[in-house]
Ligand binder design. Structure first.
Ligand SMILES: [Fe+2]
Length: 280
């Protein structure tokens, strides 16, 4: 008997890369099942294609609407979940504001440089999955400022504001002074924003720090750390929050730290241990 689904799946079987053959056949199988189950109309399918066309039109080097679509449907997070090696810290979405050219700062750097915001001393270690410190692991860090904006969104900010690369010490330890991040919205001026409005969804993300943690011989980790008391912690519009990435930002009484950074006001600390898997 004639089966569109089987024929379409088989049409990829001669792909030179067997992984491509496997993935495309499965994608066809599940998309056909979606069409069949939803009984989608021709008009609705055409609306979907127009949505993709509008997404392509608005996509630039700095702003990828397809990436955002993947995020707000929870697909980026599902890819993170299925690709997490056992025993490692959970990964989370990269987001659109990572920059490869962050300056390298010494361990213990002050990123605040007098700007507004709740001062937060961030410190922690980078370990392997057995708890052994990874000497000289690299931290790549970025966050938004006290107005909720990243430097790329805000011409008033130094492009290097509140981001850095830091090399951990022999014991895999790192620390720096920054400010508490703020919740912010994903871009809503494109087709994804229209979809969120049509779906009666909000477009907020809970406050978070971004980290990429890496070391030679280990799988790099792209992740986020969330303060437990931030708004939207239970309903992140991109589904990036995972158990194991939410921590309490606690009042800090450490006098050495207060003296080092000349802190007169109350400040907080945020502590985290990143666990990386070795490359086999
Ligand atoms: Fe972010």
């Amino acid at each position: 008997m004639y089966s569109v689904t089987e024929d379409a799946m088989n049409s990829f079987s001669k792909a030179i890369d067997p992984r491509l053959a496997h993935v495309m056949a499965l994608m066809v199988k599940h998309l056909h099942a979606f069409v069949s189950e939803s009984k989608i109309t021709k008009e609705e399918w055409m609306m979907g294609l127009e949505f993709l066309t509008a997404s392509a039109t608005i996509t630039t080097e700095e702003r990828n609407e397809f990436s955002l679509m993947s995020d707000i449907m929870g697909i980026s997070s599902m890819v993170d979940v299925v690709s997490q090696p056992p025993g490692t810290s959970p990964s989370s979405v990269l987001g659109p504001f990572h920059n490869h050219d962050s300056s390298t700062h010494p361990n213990g750097a002050d990123l605040v440089k007098g700007q507004d915001g709740k001062k937060t001393w961030v410190h922690g270690r980078v370990l392997d999955i057995h708890g052994k410190p990874i000497a000289h692991a690299q931290i790549d860090f970025w966050q938004n400022a006290n107005n909720g904006l990243y430097p790329a969104q805000d011409p008033e900010q130094d492009p290097q504001n509140l981001r850095c690369k830091i090399e951990c010490d022999e014991q895999g330890q790192f620390d720096f002074l920054t400010i508490r991040p703020l919740p912010y919205t994903v871009p809503t001026d494109g087709p994804v924003g229209a979809l969120l409005r049509a779906a009666n969804r909000h477009w907020w993300r809970p406050a978070h720090f971004h980290f990429i943690v890496s070391a030679p011989g280990y799988l790099g980790l792209v992740t986020e750390i969330f303060p437990s008391d931030t708004p939207y912690i239970d309903n992140d519009t991109v589904f990036g929050v995972r158990p194991g990435l939410v921590i309490d930002f606690k009042p800090c009484q450490n006098k050495q730290v207060a003296n080092k950074y000349k802190l007169k006001e109350d400040f907080e600390e945020a502590t985290f241990e990143f666990k990386l898997a070795q490359i086999k």
